[in-house]
Every structure is written in structure tokens, then in C-alpha cells.
Design a protein around this ligand. Structure first.
Ligand code: FAD
Length: 418
């Protein structure tokens, strides 16, 4: 939206708020109106906690018609499960009294406590919970920015079908070199690119085609650090000759037409690629003045540093916590409870020196047909100090973690939308 349009909208919105109800979406009862933006992991954590309280009127702004899980999406990419297995309906929300507006949000007008939707309507809020997730920073690869169709990243919901089509075309063409690039953190789900490399290599092996996966990692070792060894051991032992892993490959020059990449490791020509660029919070965060790369929030409440009426949870929030769905869901709940305390006149204040728990994280990296590495993270902090994280990881991929991953996902999806 141009500045002119935004200015004009704000003027119109200010006028309309005084004179008319026509294009405004308003809450229908006297309860405080909470708007949640983003029906992913973080947004749904907040929605469920708030809906169960019965204390507020809730509107969810989510542009997609359904929820699609990035966790476990590898099983869809490699053809192990259909898309329907990781896609969940929002119908449950209606029964909880949550109004779902399936329209993109264009702009947050903090001074008006109002939101501009892509269909031209405006909606006011008493409190706002933002969980719009991440966007890609294409500045290192400007030639790819307009080529998302050819270079799907599939680190956001609903992009997986495009990557799967590319991957299947690669297999159908008889293989070759499949390139995966990995950015510096903080990015969404650090183990996910290594999981993709392993499972694409497994598929090449299973099909018996001539091909390999080349991983150009901007980092010195696989992330997060506690799983570097099991990942590198799996690459070297199970996928010897099928995965070439190059660390410290930050400066890449990619020619998307010739399908070449120049890196410190040399020049390569690839048949297909999954270029994973650096990640930043959704543009909404910067446009609303809530942070730069990621939103600035106070912990443990996840309340915006810039605006008392706004909470930011999920991967858009700039915290030392892992960018994971489990953390996002827990952060959504934590923000909701903080907000409910505020609304009911019992605001929660955290005293300097007080010990508090932060949302925990659970991630899975599938490493073979029936094995995975489980990564469990607990986090706590003393108010005024930096959070402390403790990792517990599998030292090798196990069948138990493969099974636990599906149990975990089923439970989480059920907590969100069951
Ligand atoms: C391959 C892969 C594997 C993963 N595995 C795990 C795992 O094992 N465990 C784990 O815990 N996490 C995992 N994750 C991470 C997890 O998916 C993310 O951390 C989680 O999705 C973050 O939740 P979120 O609410 O911040 O964002 P999202 O879940 O992406 O939700 C954001 C939502 O906001 C909506 N939205 C954005 N902008 C607008 C707008 N302007 N208007 C309307 N709607 C908007 C989007 O449509 C989207 O639905 C994985 C991620 C990937 C990519």
C-alpha cells in the first residue's frame, strides 16, 4: 500500500469512526474485543486460551482457509502422507464463538487501535495479539525475489505443494544435483533444512537414481548445536555419497537461469534447489513500528515494548527462544493469560529477580524412513536477566522419536483445533 493510500485511509478511518458504522467490523457485545492476527501455532495458542476464558469477544484474522502444519510437512514432501494429514479445518473456532475473517490484514493503525483489511473494511480492537510469522529476506539473492514459483522455500504454510512439485520433477528427470542452502539464525525451525537434506537423500537412495544433495550451510555446524553431531554422523554414515555438506558457505552468488551457484566451496550446477534465505518477521511488524528484524517484546508476557495494547507471539517475536511451533503455541497461551489478568483487573507485574518459566520447545528432525532426532528445550529466566535454555536431544536418530513426533503433532493439532 502506498503512503498516499495509507494516509488517506487513516483520515477516512478517523472520520468514519465518528460518523458511521458502514465499513467497520465491530464487536457485537460489551466484552473487550481481542483481535488475533495469524491462525498458525502462536495465534491458535492465544485463541484457545482466550476462548476458553469466556471473558472476551474474539476475532481471528487469517488469510488462509485452513491451518497447515509446517511440523511433519517433510512426510508430505516425500510422499509418505497426503496433504490432508497436515491440513486442519478452522471449523472448531466457530463453535467456540470465534469470528474468523479470512482476509489478509494490510495495516495496523496503532493510534486508532484499528486494522485495515484487504477488502477495504476496518476493524477496531481493544487488544491485539499478532502472530503473523516470518517472511523471507531476499536481499542476499535479489534475482530470486521475483522467482518464488521456481524457487519455493516452503518454510511457511501452503508453500509445500510447490516445493513438492519441484522435488517430484527432479526425481522424474532422473536426479542430478539437488541444492539446499541454509541461512544464519535466527530462522524458523533450525533442524528443518538438515531433515530435508536427509529425507531427500533417502528418496534418491530408495529410487536408485543417480543423484545427490549438496548442502551449503552459512553456519559452521548444523543447528541447533546440540544436534550437530547426530546430524553430521547421519550424513556421513547413512547417506555417504548421497549428501555433500559444506559449512561456512555464507556468500553465495546464484544464477537462477543457468542454475549455478558460486560459493567458497566452488562453482556448482544444480538440477533443482531449495534456497532457504535469511528470515525476518512479517512486514506488518516493521510497518507498525513494533521492531526491525523481529518484534521487540517484553518477557515473560510477550507484550510489545512499543505498545501496551499489543502482544506479539510466535516466530515474529524477537526472543532467544527457538522459532518453533511448540514455543509459539505456549507463547500464545502465556500472552493470553497475561492479557486476561489485565482485563479482569488483576494485572500481573513481574518483580526484578523473580524466577519465571518460559514456553518450552519440542522439534523433530526425521532422519530416515522410521527414525528421527527429538529436540526438547526448556527455558526459564530471572526477570531482568537473559533467558536460559536447556537442551535435551537424542544422540542418534531413533524409532521412538519418529513415533513420538506423530503423537506430539496429533496432540498439538488437537489442542489447537480439535
Ligand atoms: C519444515 C518445518 C518443520 C518444522 N518442524 C517443527 C517441529 O518439529 N516442532 C515445532 O515446534 N516447530 C516446527 N517448525 C516451526 C513452526 O512451524 C513455526 O515455528 C510455527 O509455525 C510458528 O508459528 P507462528 O504462529 O509464528 O507462524 P505461522 O504458524 O506461520 O502462522 C502465521 C499465520 O499468520 C497468517 N498471516 C500472516 N500474515 C497475515 C496477514 N497479513 N493477514 C492475515 N493472515 C496473515 C499466515 O497465513 C499464517 O497462517 C517447523 C517449521 C518448518 C518450516
Amino acid at each position: 500500500m502506498s503512503c498516499w493510500t495509507r494516509r488517506r485511509w487513516l483520515q477516512t478511518a478517523a472520520l468514519l469512526s465518528l460518523t458511521s458504522t458502514a465499513p467497520w467490523v465491530r464487536a457485537t457485545n460489551a466484552k473487550p474485543h481481542i483481535v488475533i492476527v495469524g491462525g498458525g501455532w502462536g495465534g491458535l495458542g492465544a485463541v484457545r486460551a482466550l476462548a476458553e476464558s469466556g471473558q472476551v469477544a474474539l476475532t481471528l484474522i487469517e488469510s488462509n482457509p485452513a491451518f497447515l502444519s509446517c511440523p511433519l510437512s517433510i512426510s508430505y514432501l516425500i510422499g509418505e502422507v497426503p496433504l490432508s494429514k497436515i491440513r486442519k479445518s478452522y471449523h472448531r473456532l466457530e463453535r467456540l464463538g470465534v469470528r474468523h475473517l479470512q482476509i489478509p490484514l494490510l495495516h495496523v493503525a496503532r493510534d486508532l487501535r484499528a486494522l485495515l483489511l484487504a477488502d477495504g473494511r476496518a476493524i477496531t480492537y481493544d487488544y491485539l495479539i499478532l502472530s503473523p510469522g516470518i517472511t523471507y529476506d531476499w536481499s542476499p539473492y535479489p534475482t530470486l525475489a521475483q522467482r518464488l514459483h521456481d524457487y519455493p522455500v516452503a518454510f511457511r504454510p501452503f508453500e509445500h505443494t510447490a516445493l513438492k512439485a519441484r522435488w517430484q520433477a527432479f526425481l522424474a528427470a532422473g536426479g542430478g544435483l539437488f541444492l539446499i542452502t541454509i541461512p544464519k539464525p535466527p530462522y524458523r525451525c533450525p533442524p528443518a533444512p538438515y531433515e530435508r537434506a536427509a529425507m531427500f537423500a533417502a528418496a534418491i537412495k530408495r529410487r536408485g537414481i543417480k543423484g545427490k544433495v549438496v548442502v551449503l550451510d552459512a553456519n559452521p555446524n548444523p543447528l541447533p548445536p546440540p544436534i550437530a553431531k547426530p546430524i553430521l554422523d547421519t550424513f556421513a554414515q547413512r547417506y555417504a555419497g548421497l549428501i555433500e555438506y559444506y559449512p561456512n558457505q555464507e556468500k553465495l552468488t546464484i544464477d537462477p537461469d543457468r542454475r549455478t551457484v558460486e560459493s567458497p566451496a566452488g562453482q556448482l550446477t544444480y538440477a533443482a534447489a531449495n534456497i532457504i534465505p535469511p528470515m525476518i518477521a512479517s512486514d506488518l511488524i516493521r510497518a507498525a513500528g513494533l521492531g526491525n528484524r523481529y518484534a521487540e517484546v517484553q518477557l515473560p508476557s510477550f507484550r510489545s515494548v512499543a505498545d501496551e495494547r499489543i502482544y506479539i507471539v510466535g516466530d515474529a517475536a524477537g526472543t532467544p527462544l527457538p522459532k518453533s511451533g511448540h514455543v509459539a503455541f505456549g507463547a500464545g497461551q502465556q500472552a493470553a493469560y497475561h492479557l486476561l489478568a489485565e482485563i479482569t483487573g488483576k494485572p500481573k507485574h513481574y518483580a526484578p529477580g523473580e524466577a519465571v518459566q518460559l514456553p518450552a520447545g519440542i522439534c523433530w528432525a526425521k532422519m530416515g524412513d522410521h527414525t528421527a532426532i527429538g529436540i526438547h528445550v526448556t527455558a526459564n529466566m530471572v526477570v531482568g536477566e537473559a533467558p536460559k535454555l536447556q537442551f535435551q536431544v537424542d544422540s542418534t536418530p531413533t524409532l521412538e522419536s519418529y513415533r513420538a513426533a506423530w503423537q506430539w503433532a496429533t496432540q498439538q493439532w488437537n489442542a489447537m483445533l480439535g
